[in-house]
Design a protein around this ligand. Structure first.
Ligand SMILES: [Zn+2]
Length: 258
């Protein structure tokens, strides 16, 4: 059974067939899904999904490109949503210097505030980092404590950077990009990752793996990701699926008795 560690099923790309698709995921062996929010509005839609499906859990947080909507009042509201019984993580949070929609100081400020929130509520973090390698590492090191746990999702940096995160105890999220021919750096990273630190993710509707690259992605494509990871690690696909499922349970469900 596959654990989908990062999806966006509240995205409008799924409006035409969301229920059918989610039922199909369940029928095809997707055991759990963590639906990740990116804005205050998507915190609401993510929690609505988690309330409607017993195999979907929520991550509540504001993406670096959307932090302009945060202020003390909305942050207090976000904190309440993080206390919701279906919320299992704070995310996605981080730094995005590729889209660069908010200035770097604003992004860092709200990243730190959400890191502190995760520590206060003892929730794991889901980190988004794009073209912001050095600053993300610096901000996480600033906030890090041995109790803080989390995943660096859609990891796109070098093996030496992955090593730094592994040394602090973080998981590395691997998705469809690992199946792309030109993803040399990520393939190197996957080769050095201990299997017990890998999470499988889609980031759907984005980043569909080969042979569906460019199409709408869904958790139904996760076996392609698992197979690519298995090939790089010299493992069986089933073994990758089993170990990454255990990893995700440990990260998201610790202390929840699931
Ligand atoms: Zn995402």
């Amino acid at each position: 059974m596959i654990f989908e560690s990062h999806a966006h099923y509240d995205d409008e790309a799924f409006d035409p067939d969301r229920r059918e698709l989610l039922e199909e995921c369940r029928a095809q062996g997707i055991e759990y899904i963590v639906n990740v929010s990116a804005s205050l509005q998507s915190v609401k839609t993510t929690l609505a999904l988690a309330d409607s499906y017993d195999f979907i859990y929520a991550a509540a947080g504001v993406h670096p490109s959307e932090v302009g909507e945060l202020n003390e009042e909305s942050f207090t509201w976000l904190k309440e949503q993080c206390r919701h019984p279906r919320t299992v993580a704070v995310g996605e949070i981080g730094l995005d210097y590729y889209w660069d929609k908010e200035n770097h100081e604003t992004q860092k400020y709200w990243f730190q505030r959400q890191l502190e929130l995760a520590k206060e509520l003892e929730l794991p973090i889901i980190v988004h980092s794009r073209d912001a390698c050095a600053d993300t590492l610096e901000e996480i090191k600033k906030a890090h404590t041995p109790e803080l746990r989390g995943v660096i999702h859609c990891f796109s940096y070098a093996p030496e950077i992955a090593r730094e995160y592994l040394d602090m105890g973080y998981y590395i999220g691997v998705g469809g990009v690992v199946t792309f021919k030109n993803a040399k750096k990520l393939k190197e990273v996957v080769k050095m990752l201990p299997p017990e630190r890998i999470l499988l993710e889609t980031d759907c509707p984005y980043l569909a793996p080969v042979p569906y690259r460019g199409k709408r992605n869904s958790s139904l494509n996760l076996p392609y990701v698992a197979a690519a990871v298995a090939e790089l690690k010299g493992m069986e696909t089933e073994e990758v699926i089993r170990i990454t499922n255990e990893n995700a349970r440990k990260l998201y469900f610790q202390g929840r008795g699931l």
